[in-house]
Design a protein around this ligand. Structure first.
Ligand code: ARG
Length: 615
């Protein structure tokens, strides 16, 4: 037994030159090895190292904490070993493999283990960060599809789509950053009966639309008028159905009309995407049109389709989660047969999209509001039942809550209308302009800065809240320069840059950028060590943010990092006048400042926020 104990073997740290280390995972591995070595009687029984970051309330400088002892004591008791948790903690810490990462253990309270990290190890991590730049943690490349934004043609993009757009863009950036092969998909609603209405109305209003394409400025109003005719004019309806059939058959004139309509919306969406630095490729519901035939055929032969007694012609399918959700998927619409077409639905298009996507990627992400969670549970379950999705696929519905106004009700304008995104962004820019501190800047620089602040604030306010909850949209709150806001973080980063631009540095011929790639960081002051500990957490925070697809975790981290930076900045001067009148420049501290700026800017980028250099 002694021979197999890992205690004898020195822990080998896999340090990849092109990646940064997820330190928390290493600690989990070490603690788990200690537990296994100390308690062979647990055999193969699962154990949990329960490693976390001590909360601010605990008075310890330790970087990590393990709460495993309490649970282990219970597990051991069940195996006939009675041992109080503190003794359990002492036993497994003593058995943790020798390594040069952990500096020591402290057993606190009923059996919490505080785990601290060697300063020399932190010096190594910070030096690598400074020399090589911020590197992503290591991952095996995977093809991933992220479905986000996904507004509906001929309808206004609303705040719900804004949330999807902001969250989806950030998730796509993070997945790309760690090396995945990401397809960003805009699943626009561009198919179905509404398009038959739009096409017929277009033909009537603009008979020459083929040679003289009209510019429809108010497509929503245009759609409303078409819908009114559909509901009120008996002779309009059959024409609409005919147009839908022709659309499904790819009739050239019909497709032209359809494209004309779609282009109006496309241009509007693109204006929003350009303002917010959003990159997403359109692959709307229409893309899956022909695949739906095959999907319905497969469901049919698998015996999954049922006639629905309540509506003639309607075909439904129950997924294996039907007990929880109690709604079937509607695969074929009832009004189809009436006009010689098979009418498919939103459900059918998502089944076809799922089947197609599963053939293209191993990880599928859908960033869509919580209101559609039953729909996605059903679609994903049926996809698994049909084995279109294998057990190896990861499929996530990244749901999110609604945007509330300051009155706690759904976000609306004063007159009760839905807020147009354009107006929302315009007001943000206006308010940020009024709040921005003025310095010497050209009007262009100022406009760029104000936009970065406005859009940064709107995005950060969204991303920094746990996405599953509703959140209150408040310009006043998001534009505050204190608290967990983009303004606070952006200003902290500008402070880093202004320190690095201190004229005394150039006067002494010190070139920080030139020295950074080869500088070796030393950590002596407690605040230097503390800031290094926070910097070293970036890879593990990113991994956990991506594991859970919860961007607020990264936000919480940069907020804490910024708070620690503020403490560091107040105590650790880098440029200081000496009593003899000379000025001492501490290059090592400047390097720590620079490292903080590097991590903040990388995080800003992952959140879709533009950094500003000066205020
Ligand atoms: N267009 C839909 C809506 O506005 C969202 C589409 C989301 N993606 C999907 N694959 N269903 O509600």
């Amino acid at each position: 037994e002694a021979a197999s104990a890992p205690k004898a073997a020195k822990f080998a740290l896999k340090d990849s030159p092109n990646h940064s280390l997820d330190l928390m995972s290493v600690i989990v591995e070490l603690v788990t090895a200690g537990i296994r070595a100390a308690f062979p009687q647990l055999g193969e029984e699962p154990v949990d190292a329960l490693v976390s970051v001590p909360s601010g309330k605990v008075s310890t400088d330790a970087m990590y904490q393990s709460n495993a002892a309490m649970r282990l004591a219970a597990q051991l008791k069940a195996k006939g070993t009675k041992m109080p948790p503190r003794e359990v903690a002492a036993a497994f810490t003593a058995a943790i493999p020798k390594n040069d990462i952990i500096s020591g253990y402290e057993i606190a309270g009923p059996g919490f283990v505080n785990i601290d990290i060697n300063t020399s190890f932190l010096e190594g991590v910070t030096t690598k960060l400074l020399n090589k730049g911020v590197l992503p943690p290591e991952h095996t490349k995977q093809p991933v599809i992220v479905d986000f934004s996904s507004p509906n043609i001929a309808k206004e993009m609303h705040v719900g789509h804004l949330r999807s757009t902001i969250i989806g863009e950030s998730i796509a950036r993070m997945l790309e950053y760690i090396g995945h092969d990401v397809q960003r998909v805009n699943h626009v609603g561009d198919w179905g009966t509404p398009f038959g209405m739009l096409i017929c109305h277009l033909r009537d209003k603009f008979p020459n639309f083929q040679s003289e394409p009209p510019s429809i400025s108010d497509l929503q109003g245009f759609y409303k008028a078409a819908k009114k005719r559909f509901d009120e004019e008996p002779e309009f309806k059959p024409r609409v159905y005919e147009a839908v059939v022709k659309l499904q058959a790819h009739d050239p004139e019909t497709i032209l009309a359809w494209n004309l309509v779609c282009d109006v919306s496309r241009r509007e969406f693109q204006r929003i995407y350009d303002r917010l630095d959003i990159d997403v490729k359109e692959k709307g519901e229409s893309f899956y049109q022909d695949m739906m035939v095959e999907v319905v055929k497969q469901l049919e032969s698998a015996g999954k389709l049922e006639e629905d007694d309540t509506a003639p012609g309607r075909k439904i399918a129950w997924s294996s989660v039907k007990k929880e959700t109690k709604v079937p998927l509607i695969v074929v619409k009832s009004d189809g047969a009436r006009c010689g077409m098979t009418g498919y639905t939103y459900d059918t298009s998502d089944l076809a999209a799922l089947r197609y996507r599963a053939s293209q990627a191993t990880w599928l992400v859908y960033v869509v509001d919580n209101g559609q969670s039953t729909h996605f549970q059903n679609v994903f379950a049926l996809g698994r039942d049909m084995e279109w999705v294998s057990p190896k696929h990861r499929v996530d519905h990244v749901g999110f809550g609604v945007v509330l106004g300051e009155d706690g009700k759904r976000f609306k304008t004063r007159s009760g209308d839905t807020v147009r995104l354009k107006d929302l962004l315009d007001e943000g820019v206006e308010r940020a302009g009024a709040a921005a501190r003025t310095t010497e800047m050209t009007p262009e620089q100022r406009a760029r800065m104000v936009e970065a602040i406005a859009y940064g604030c709107i995005k950060y306010a969204d991303l920094s809240h746990n996405r599953t909850n509703d959140y209150v949209f408040s310009y006043d709150k998001m534009l505050q320069d204190k608290g967990n806001t983009a303004v606070y973080l952006l200003y902290a980063n500008t402070r880093v840059h202004s320190i690095l631009r201190n004229p005394e540095i150039a006067k002494q011929n010190i070139d920080i950028d030139a020295l950074a790639p080869s500088h070796t960081v030393t950590l002596t002051h407690p605040k230097e060590i503390k800031i290094a500990k926070y910097l070293a957490r970036f890879p593990e925070v990113l991994n956990r943010t991506i594991d859970t697809l919860m961007p607020h975790r990264l936000c919480d981290y940069i907020y804490e990092l910024t708070n620690v930076f503020t403490e560091f900045y107040q105590e650790c001067y880098a440029v200081q006048k000496q009593s003899d009148g000379s000025v001492k420049v501490d290059v090592n501290r400047l390097m720590l400042y620079k490292s903080v700026g590097m991590v903040l800017e990388q995080a800003f980028h992952l959140l879709g926020i533009r950094a500003i250099e000066a205020i």
